[in-house]
Design a protein around this ligand. Structure first.
Ligand code: PSU
Ligand code: MN
Length: 308
Protein backbone atom coordinates (compact mmCIF):
# COMPACT_ATOMS: atom_id res chain seq x y z
CA UNK A 1 0.00 0.00 0.00
CA UNK A 2 1.30 3.47 -0.78
CA UNK A 3 1.85 5.93 2.00
CA UNK A 4 -0.84 8.40 3.00
CA UNK A 5 0.17 11.58 4.79
CA UNK A 6 -2.50 13.97 6.00
CA UNK A 7 -2.42 16.65 8.68
CA UNK A 8 -3.88 13.96 10.97
CA UNK A 9 -1.28 11.29 10.13
CA UNK A 10 2.33 12.31 10.35
CA UNK A 11 5.30 10.00 9.98
CA UNK A 12 8.58 11.22 11.42
CA UNK A 13 11.22 12.29 8.88
CA UNK A 14 13.22 9.14 9.57
CA UNK A 15 10.23 6.86 8.99
CA UNK A 16 9.10 8.75 5.89
CA UNK A 17 12.59 8.51 4.38
CA UNK A 18 12.89 4.81 5.16
CA UNK A 19 9.50 4.10 3.58
CA UNK A 20 10.32 6.15 0.50
CA UNK A 21 13.57 4.20 0.10
CA UNK A 22 11.86 0.83 0.57
CA UNK A 23 13.96 0.25 3.71
CA UNK A 24 12.68 -2.09 6.46
CA UNK A 25 10.37 -0.46 9.02
CA UNK A 26 8.67 -2.06 12.05
CA UNK A 27 5.62 -0.49 13.69
CA UNK A 28 5.36 -0.71 17.49
CA UNK A 29 2.24 0.02 19.53
CA UNK A 30 1.91 2.38 22.46
CA UNK A 31 -0.95 0.89 24.53
CA UNK A 32 1.38 -1.78 25.85
CA UNK A 33 3.67 1.06 27.02
CA UNK A 34 0.98 3.34 28.50
CA UNK A 35 -1.54 0.81 29.81
CA UNK A 36 0.05 -2.64 29.66
CA UNK A 37 3.27 -2.19 31.65
CA UNK A 38 4.00 -0.56 35.02
CA UNK A 39 6.00 2.66 35.33
CA UNK A 40 8.92 3.32 35.25
CA UNK A 41 9.80 0.05 33.52
CA UNK A 42 7.55 0.96 30.59
CA UNK A 43 9.79 3.76 29.34
CA UNK A 44 12.87 1.53 29.48
CA UNK A 45 10.94 -1.06 27.48
CA UNK A 46 9.80 1.47 24.88
CA UNK A 47 13.44 2.44 24.31
CA UNK A 48 14.66 -1.13 24.41
CA UNK A 49 12.17 -2.29 21.74
CA UNK A 50 13.24 0.51 19.42
CA UNK A 51 16.85 -0.53 20.02
CA UNK A 52 16.09 -4.14 19.11
CA UNK A 53 14.62 -3.00 15.77
CA UNK A 54 17.60 -0.75 15.04
CA UNK A 55 20.16 -3.39 15.94
CA UNK A 56 18.56 -5.72 13.42
CA UNK A 57 18.93 -3.06 10.71
CA UNK A 58 15.36 -1.75 10.53
CA UNK A 59 13.71 1.54 11.51
CA UNK A 60 11.28 1.52 14.49
CA UNK A 61 8.01 3.42 14.22
CA UNK A 62 6.25 3.63 17.57
CA UNK A 63 2.73 4.88 16.91
CA UNK A 64 0.60 7.10 19.17
CA UNK A 65 -1.76 10.06 18.94
CA UNK A 66 -0.33 13.28 20.33
CA UNK A 67 -2.51 16.39 20.52
CA UNK A 68 -4.90 14.97 17.96
CA UNK A 69 -2.25 13.98 15.40
CA UNK A 70 -1.47 10.33 14.71
CA UNK A 71 2.32 10.15 14.89
CA UNK A 72 4.27 7.35 13.27
CA UNK A 73 7.77 7.32 14.74
CA UNK A 74 8.37 9.12 18.04
CA UNK A 75 11.42 10.94 19.33
CA UNK A 76 12.79 10.50 22.87
CA UNK A 77 10.62 13.23 24.42
CA UNK A 78 7.51 11.81 22.74
CA UNK A 79 8.27 8.28 23.95
CA UNK A 80 8.56 9.76 27.43
CA UNK A 81 5.13 11.35 27.02
CA UNK A 82 3.42 8.08 26.18
CA UNK A 83 5.14 6.34 29.09
CA UNK A 84 4.49 8.98 31.75
CA UNK A 85 1.72 11.43 30.81
CA UNK A 86 -1.17 11.10 33.29
CA UNK A 87 -4.60 10.41 31.84
CA UNK A 88 -3.43 9.29 28.42
CA UNK A 89 -6.35 7.64 26.64
CA UNK A 90 -6.44 4.13 25.21
CA UNK A 91 -7.42 4.47 21.56
CA UNK A 92 -8.87 1.78 19.33
CA UNK A 93 -9.39 2.46 15.65
CA UNK A 94 -12.87 3.90 16.22
CA UNK A 95 -11.54 6.46 18.69
CA UNK A 96 -9.08 8.03 16.23
CA UNK A 97 -11.43 10.58 14.62
CA UNK A 98 -12.64 11.70 18.04
CA UNK A 99 -9.09 12.13 19.32
CA UNK A 100 -8.28 14.12 16.17
CA UNK A 101 -11.33 16.35 16.56
CA UNK A 102 -10.73 17.02 20.24
CA UNK A 103 -6.93 17.25 19.85
CA UNK A 104 -6.62 14.54 22.49
CA UNK A 105 -3.58 12.36 23.14
CA UNK A 106 -3.67 8.62 23.53
CA UNK A 107 -1.90 5.33 23.17
CA UNK A 108 -2.96 3.14 20.25
CA UNK A 109 -4.08 -0.47 20.64
CA UNK A 110 -3.37 -3.21 18.13
CA UNK A 111 -6.46 -2.15 16.16
CA UNK A 112 -5.52 1.55 15.95
CA UNK A 113 -1.83 0.81 15.44
CA UNK A 114 -2.50 -1.68 12.63
CA UNK A 115 -4.82 0.77 10.91
CA UNK A 116 -2.40 3.69 11.17
CA UNK A 117 0.64 1.61 10.20
CA UNK A 118 -1.09 0.37 7.06
CA UNK A 119 -2.23 3.91 6.19
CA UNK A 120 1.36 5.10 6.58
CA UNK A 121 2.64 2.32 4.31
CA UNK A 122 4.17 0.08 7.00
CA UNK A 123 3.57 -3.64 6.56
CA UNK A 124 5.08 -5.21 9.70
CA UNK A 125 4.08 -4.64 13.31
CA UNK A 126 5.30 -6.23 16.57
CA UNK A 127 3.36 -6.46 19.83
CA UNK A 128 2.97 -8.71 22.87
CA UNK A 129 -0.37 -10.46 22.60
CA UNK A 130 -3.46 -9.59 20.59
CA UNK A 131 -6.83 -8.79 22.08
CA UNK A 132 -9.61 -11.26 21.35
CA UNK A 133 -12.74 -12.88 22.68
CA UNK A 134 -13.01 -12.51 26.45
CA UNK A 135 -13.86 -15.47 28.67
CA UNK A 136 -17.50 -15.62 29.61
CA UNK A 137 -18.55 -14.31 26.21
CA UNK A 138 -21.69 -16.44 26.31
CA UNK A 139 -22.85 -14.24 29.21
CA UNK A 140 -21.33 -10.91 28.23
CA UNK A 141 -20.18 -10.13 24.72
CA UNK A 142 -16.66 -8.63 24.75
CA UNK A 143 -14.56 -9.14 21.67
CA UNK A 144 -11.57 -6.89 21.05
CA UNK A 145 -11.74 -4.58 18.05
CA UNK A 146 -8.27 -5.96 17.24
CA UNK A 147 -9.93 -8.92 15.48
CA UNK A 148 -12.15 -6.85 13.26
CA UNK A 149 -9.33 -4.54 12.19
CA UNK A 150 -7.10 -7.51 11.36
CA UNK A 151 -9.88 -8.94 9.19
CA UNK A 152 -9.71 -5.90 6.89
CA UNK A 153 -6.17 -4.54 7.15
CA UNK A 154 -3.10 -5.61 5.17
CA UNK A 155 -0.60 -5.88 8.01
CA UNK A 156 1.65 -8.58 9.41
CA UNK A 157 1.44 -8.75 13.20
CA UNK A 158 4.12 -10.65 15.09
CA UNK A 159 2.73 -11.60 18.50
CA UNK A 160 2.88 -14.30 21.18
CA UNK A 161 -0.66 -15.30 20.29
CA UNK A 162 -3.53 -13.64 22.10
CA UNK A 163 -3.52 -12.70 25.75
CA UNK A 164 -4.08 -15.73 27.95
CA UNK A 165 -6.68 -13.80 29.94
CA UNK A 166 -8.96 -14.46 26.94
CA UNK A 167 -10.88 -17.42 25.57
CA UNK A 168 -8.12 -18.55 23.23
CA UNK A 169 -10.13 -21.21 21.43
CA UNK A 170 -13.04 -18.84 20.74
CA UNK A 171 -10.59 -16.19 19.51
CA UNK A 172 -8.91 -18.63 17.11
CA UNK A 173 -12.34 -19.56 15.80
CA UNK A 174 -13.18 -15.90 15.18
CA UNK A 175 -9.89 -15.41 13.32
CA UNK A 176 -10.76 -18.37 11.12
CA UNK A 177 -14.27 -17.11 10.44
CA UNK A 178 -13.05 -13.62 9.59
CA UNK A 179 -10.37 -14.95 7.22
CA UNK A 180 -7.27 -13.81 9.09
CA UNK A 181 -4.21 -15.87 8.10
CA UNK A 182 -2.37 -17.43 11.07
CA UNK A 183 1.03 -19.12 10.99
CA UNK A 184 2.92 -20.54 13.97
CA UNK A 185 6.59 -19.59 14.01
CA UNK A 186 8.55 -22.76 14.75
CA UNK A 187 5.56 -24.14 16.65
CA UNK A 188 2.64 -26.49 16.03
CA UNK A 189 0.56 -25.03 18.85
CA UNK A 190 -0.73 -21.50 19.20
CA UNK A 191 1.37 -19.59 21.76
CA UNK A 192 -0.17 -18.68 25.12
CA UNK A 193 1.21 -15.14 25.59
CA UNK A 194 2.84 -15.59 29.05
CA UNK A 195 3.00 -19.31 28.29
CA UNK A 196 4.92 -21.04 25.54
CA UNK A 197 1.79 -22.84 24.37
CA UNK A 198 -1.94 -22.30 24.73
CA UNK A 199 -2.46 -25.99 23.95
CA UNK A 200 -4.54 -25.11 20.87
CA UNK A 201 -3.25 -26.41 17.54
CA UNK A 202 -2.22 -24.03 14.77
CA UNK A 203 -2.77 -25.12 11.16
CA UNK A 204 0.42 -23.79 9.61
CA UNK A 205 4.00 -23.79 10.79
CA UNK A 206 6.78 -21.70 9.30
CA UNK A 207 10.47 -21.80 10.09
CA UNK A 208 12.00 -18.61 8.65
CA UNK A 209 11.37 -14.87 8.21
CA UNK A 210 11.67 -15.44 4.46
CA UNK A 211 8.66 -17.77 4.59
CA UNK A 212 6.65 -15.06 6.35
CA UNK A 213 7.62 -12.58 3.63
CA UNK A 214 6.65 -15.14 0.97
CA UNK A 215 3.19 -15.50 2.54
CA UNK A 216 2.84 -11.71 2.45
CA UNK A 217 3.74 -11.70 -1.25
CA UNK A 218 1.15 -14.43 -1.74
CA UNK A 219 -1.50 -12.32 -0.03
CA UNK A 220 -0.79 -9.45 -2.41
CA UNK A 221 -0.54 -11.64 -5.50
CA UNK A 222 -3.86 -13.33 -4.78
CA UNK A 223 -5.62 -10.06 -4.06
CA UNK A 224 -9.10 -10.00 -2.59
CA UNK A 225 -10.02 -8.81 0.86
CA UNK A 226 -7.12 -7.04 2.57
CA UNK A 227 -6.61 -9.27 5.59
CA UNK A 228 -3.75 -9.52 8.05
CA UNK A 229 -1.13 -12.19 8.63
CA UNK A 230 -0.58 -13.19 12.24
CA UNK A 231 2.87 -14.66 12.87
CA UNK A 232 2.41 -16.42 16.21
CA UNK A 233 5.79 -16.53 17.94
CA UNK A 234 5.91 -18.25 21.34
CA UNK A 235 7.87 -16.99 24.31
CA UNK A 236 10.75 -19.49 24.77
CA UNK A 237 9.70 -22.28 27.17
CA UNK A 238 12.54 -21.42 29.57
CA UNK A 239 11.27 -17.82 29.88
CA UNK A 240 7.56 -18.55 30.25
CA UNK A 241 5.53 -17.90 33.38
CA UNK A 242 5.10 -20.97 35.57
CA UNK A 243 1.81 -22.43 34.23
CA UNK A 244 0.46 -23.36 37.68
CA UNK A 245 1.15 -19.85 39.01
CA UNK A 246 -0.41 -18.40 35.85
CA UNK A 247 -3.61 -20.39 36.23
CA UNK A 248 -3.96 -19.65 39.93
CA UNK A 249 -3.40 -15.88 39.73
CA UNK A 250 -5.46 -15.53 36.56
CA UNK A 251 -8.43 -17.19 38.28
CA UNK A 252 -8.07 -14.66 41.13
CA UNK A 253 -7.78 -11.78 38.65
CA UNK A 254 -10.90 -12.82 36.75
CA UNK A 255 -12.84 -13.15 40.02
CA UNK A 256 -11.63 -9.71 41.14
CA UNK A 257 -12.66 -8.13 37.82
CA UNK A 258 -16.07 -9.71 38.17
CA UNK A 259 -16.46 -8.59 41.78
CA UNK A 260 -15.32 -5.01 41.02
CA UNK A 261 -17.52 -4.79 37.91
CA UNK A 262 -14.58 -3.94 35.60
CA UNK A 263 -15.71 -3.87 31.97
CA UNK A 264 -14.93 -2.39 28.56
CA UNK A 265 -11.53 -0.88 27.81
CA UNK A 266 -10.47 -1.14 31.44
CA UNK A 267 -10.62 -4.91 31.70
CA UNK A 268 -7.43 -5.81 29.83
CA UNK A 269 -5.17 -3.36 31.76
CA UNK A 270 -6.87 -4.46 35.01
CA UNK A 271 -6.15 -8.15 34.42
CA UNK A 272 -2.57 -7.56 33.21
CA UNK A 273 -1.86 -5.35 36.24
CA UNK A 274 -3.36 -7.91 38.62
CA UNK A 275 -1.14 -10.61 37.15
CA UNK A 276 2.00 -8.50 37.56
CA UNK A 277 1.27 -7.95 41.26
CA UNK A 278 -0.10 -11.41 41.93
CA UNK A 279 2.93 -13.15 40.42
CA UNK A 280 5.46 -10.86 42.12
CA UNK A 281 6.52 -9.48 38.75
CA UNK A 282 7.05 -12.85 37.08
CA UNK A 283 4.27 -12.23 34.53
CA UNK A 284 5.94 -8.96 33.60
CA UNK A 285 9.21 -10.75 32.82
CA UNK A 286 7.42 -13.33 30.66
CA UNK A 287 5.47 -10.57 28.88
CA UNK A 288 8.70 -8.67 28.18
CA UNK A 289 10.49 -11.79 26.94
CA UNK A 290 7.62 -12.35 24.52
CA UNK A 291 7.60 -8.75 23.27
CA UNK A 292 11.38 -8.71 22.81
CA UNK A 293 11.29 -11.92 20.79
CA UNK A 294 8.40 -10.65 18.68
CA UNK A 295 10.17 -7.37 17.99
CA UNK A 296 13.37 -9.09 16.89
CA UNK A 297 11.44 -11.47 14.62
CA UNK A 298 9.40 -8.61 13.14
CA UNK A 299 12.64 -6.82 12.23
CA UNK A 300 13.93 -9.94 10.48
CA UNK A 301 10.66 -10.26 8.56
CA UNK A 302 10.87 -6.57 7.61
CA UNK A 303 14.36 -7.19 6.22
CA UNK A 304 13.17 -10.20 4.23
CA UNK A 305 10.20 -8.19 2.98
CA UNK A 306 12.36 -5.25 1.86
CA UNK A 307 14.74 -7.54 -0.10
CA UNK A 308 12.72 -9.77 -2.40
N1 PSU B 1 0.11 -6.79 24.28
C1 PSU B 1 0.70 -6.71 25.50
N2 PSU B 1 0.17 -5.81 26.39
C2 PSU B 1 -0.92 -5.00 26.08
C3 PSU B 1 -1.54 -5.11 24.79
C4 PSU B 1 -0.98 -6.03 23.94
O1 PSU B 1 1.68 -7.42 25.79
O2 PSU B 1 -1.34 -4.18 26.90
C5 PSU B 1 -2.74 -4.21 24.43
C6 PSU B 1 -2.85 -4.06 22.92
O3 PSU B 1 -2.82 -2.69 22.64
C7 PSU B 1 -4.19 -4.66 22.56
C8 PSU B 1 -5.00 -4.32 23.78
O4 PSU B 1 -4.72 -4.11 21.38
O5 PSU B 1 -4.06 -4.67 24.82
C9 PSU B 1 -6.32 -5.07 23.80
O6 PSU B 1 -7.25 -4.33 24.53
P1 PSU B 1 -8.82 -4.71 24.46
O7 PSU B 1 -8.90 -6.10 25.03
O8 PSU B 1 -9.50 -3.68 25.30
O9 PSU B 1 -9.22 -4.61 23.01
MN1 MN C 1 -12.95 -5.13 24.97
Amino acid sequence: MHSTTTPLLQPSDEVAEALAAGAPVVALESTIISHGLPQPRNLEVARELEGIVREAGAVPATIAVLDGVARVGLDEAELERIATEPGLRKLGQRDLPVAAALKASGATTVSATSFLAARAGIRIFATGGLGGVHRGWTEEQDESADLDTLARTRITVVCAGVKSILDVRATLQRLETRGVTVAGYRTDTFPGFYLHSSGEPVDWRIETPEQAAAIMRGQDALGGQETALIVANPVPAELQLDPALHDRVLAEALAAADRDGVTGQAITPFLLGYLVRGTGGASLEANLAAVRGNTALAARIALAWSRP
